[in-house]
Structure formats: structure tokens, C-alpha cells
Design a protein around this ligand. Sequence first.
Ligand code: UD1
Ligand code: MG
Length: 454
Amino acid sequence: MSPLHVVILAAGQGSRMKSSLPKVLHTLAGRPLLQHVIDTAHQLGADKIHTVIGHGATQVQERIEDDGIHWVEQKERLGTGHAVAQVLEHLPEDARVLVLYGDVPLIQKPTLATLVSHVAVNSLGLLTVTMDDPTGYGRIVRDDRGRVTSIVEHKDASIEQKAIREVNTGILAVMASHLKTWIPQLSNENAQGEYYLTDIIAMAAGEKIDVAVNQPQDLFEVQGVNNRVQLAELERWFQRHQAERLMLAGASLADPDRVDVRGNLEVGTDVFIDINAVFEGNVKIGNNVRIGPGCVIRDTEVGDGTEIKAYSVIESSKIGENGQIGPYARFRPGNELAANTKVGNFVELKKAVVGEGSKISHLSYVGDATLGARVNVGAGTITCNYDGANKYQTVIGNGVFVGSNCSLVAPVTIAPEATIGAGSTITRDVADHELAVARGRQRNIAGWEKPKKH
Ligand code: UD1
Ligand code: MG
């Protein structure tokens, strides 16, 4: 099989976005538009991806992390044909070439696989759609036997041609050898003074090369982004699509239109996700998990049977089975919770390892800490992990009871089964089974005279 080279056109400025950010860096489901197209090209098994950039070229290159991309700069924007011309010398003669647009983010692999299957020495693949209002698009002109003979841009079209409702999506697939013959022959004598890639269709027809047309499964696949209204439409469509995938995988959604997945979310069965949950990065959720309303969960694994209650924010953590988290819990990165743990309201965790059955139920900060099993951390307890310059560890053994409102000044170790009296500031290690109390002794003064107002 001849190699597959993908050419992504992304040199446009996107002035209608009204933004200092190049258009293709605006995000859909948390990923730049261009990244969606690149990811699809990879899925398709592209041997090489050439991306034509112009406006904000360095910004685009910096933002898109992909060593596999061959960046090509188009210094002046002289049309889609001129853009492809910049890549010509990098295309092997025997390659199949697929042209995609950086601002058409939702094109899907099956549609492209069909298109590419039409590429041969005597045929090329062209993706078209039929629209109720074709204004602005290139029209697909066919002869009386239905064969495609050319594409006419809207501004160059006659009145009869303007009535054609089948339009060019811009996406096509063709042998590199043909591009190398046709592209240098393009002229810019047209209404826009541009080198139109679309003019190669008439050249193909002239050489009796078959133009094999197919249409996408869904119109959204070929919808371009020109302004923020269109971007929002595509975002909603994409999110709805993902919500349906989650439901079919076994998750009930309180409202499929009020869940956002910005990355990859894997769900088990009998999962329930309440409204306005946001998932970012790679999130994996086990069976029988409940996610409360307004939770934000990023790069996290949640074990079977765990409940994350309303408005919890969880980042880069691993939560075991049958946990009870939140409401209003905040997990900064690096936590690992064993099974049956409880982390309640207004608790912040960071780099905390929490053993089986341990509880941190209310209003605490636990950071850089290792807790064994069956530990109980009382309300308002703080691990003082930072001295202003360095971070230190707090280690708490199995079965330790920490009373409310304690400060554990790290580095400090509390051995198994020890008890810390409420309100203590612990600065020294505590041995197993000891009770440590570190607070001012209470004095009760009898007959105390209350101060009087002057
Ligand atoms: C193009 C097609 C038209 C089709 C429409 C679909 C041509 C001549 N016309 O028109 O038939 O119906 O797309 O949306 O191809 N670009 C560059 N460098 C350039 C010019 C464009 O990289 O010099 C990129 C743009 O960033 C964009 C894409 O190519 O991603 C399409 O360019 P655009 O100007 O939007 O093409 P249209 O005139 O809309
Ligand atoms: Mg245009």
C-alpha cells in the first residue's frame, strides 16, 4: 500500500473570531481545533502529517505538542491551491494525499477511510454535502450523466450554478503524482484572485480521472468554525455525542445536555452522573459510582461504589472502592485513597496517601502526608507541611485518633493507635498507644468579676 500523507490547511487568521489567538488554537472539548484534526489523522494511520501554517505560526507550533508533525509555513495566503503547493516537494510521488482543514475539527475517521479508499491512479475522492442554503460554498458541477466535472466557487458561479445545492466540503483525497502535475497549472484568474485547490477537479475530469464522491455520516463532521457562535454549536453537538456514548456504556446522566467531557472519560456500569459535572483529561470511573452535581474531576481514577458528592473538585488522584467524598472536597494532585475512606466537606488534600477505612470528615488540610488504616482526623486539623522554604512529611499510623483542631507540624510521625488531644500543636513524634496533648492547660478562676463599661 502506498503511504498516506495528510495535509492540514491551517494558515488562515480567522478574523471573525475577534481574537489574538490563531483560530485553530481555540478549543473544542478542551483541545485546540487543530489537535482534533491531527488526532483523527493519526487514528487514520497517516504516515506523515504536513500542517500548513501562517498566521500565528510560532504560537501554533508551540501549543501543539506533536513531534510527528511536519510544519510548513505559507508566507502569503494566496488560496487553498497555493497552500497545498507549499507541501508538494515533501510528498512522495506514490503517496496518497488527504487534504483536511484545521478549522473543521469534527471530521470522523470512518468518513475519511471511505474517502481515502477511492484514491487510485485513475480516481480521486471528494467529500461533498447537500445543503438547503449553499451560499458561500463551492458548487459541485456534474454533467448530464451525473459525473463531476468541476467545482465552481460561489463568487465565480453563474445564476444556474448558484442553484446547485451540492457543495464542496474542501476535503479530498488524491494521488500525490496528480497533485504534482495539476497544482503548478493552477491560475489565479478568478473572482477572488486566489489559487483555488478546487480547480484540480476540472483537470481530473479533463484527464478522464474518476471523481468518486461521498458524503459524511453527519453534517457536523464538515462544519467549519469561523466565529464563536459556530464554535459553541460544534461544542454542544460534540458533548451531546459523548453523553450518548456514556449512556450506552452504562452511565445514567441526570441531563445529557448538562455534562461536559474535555478528554477521555471511561465509565463502568450503573454509574450516575448528576448535572453540570465536568470531566477533564483522562478519567476512569468504576461500577456503581455516583458523581454529584457540579463536580470537576480531572485525570483521576474512581473505584467501584464510590460516591463523590456535590461540588467537589478532584485532580490527579486515585480513589479506592466505596469511598465517600465531599460535598465540597478539594483534591489537589497526588492523592491515593484506599477502600472505604471518607473525605468530607471543606477538606483539602494534596499528596496524601490515605489507608483503608480512614476518615477526614470536616474542614481539614492534609498535605504531604501518609495515613494508615482506620485513622480518624478530627474537624479543623491541619498538617503544617511548609516552613516557608521546604515541604515536610506527616506520617500517621494505623488506628490513630487525631482530635479536632490540631496542628501537626511536619516532619512528624504519629505511631499506630496513638491519640492526639483536641487543639494540640504537635511538634514532636508520638509513640504508639500514647496520648499526646499539647495545648495550654485550662485554669478556672472562681469569683471572676466581669469588666464594666466606663
Ligand atoms: C473553500 C473551498 C470551497 C468550499 C469551502 C468549504 C477553495 C478554493 N474553496 O472555500 O469550495 O466550499 O472551502 O468550507 O478551496 N487556507 C490556507 N491558506 C490559504 C487559504 C486558505 O491555509 O491561502 C486554509 C484556511 O485556513 C482554511 C481552509 O484553507 O482552513 C479553507 O480556506 P477558506 O478561505 O475558508 O476557503 P473558502 O473560501 O471558504
Ligand atoms: Mg473563505
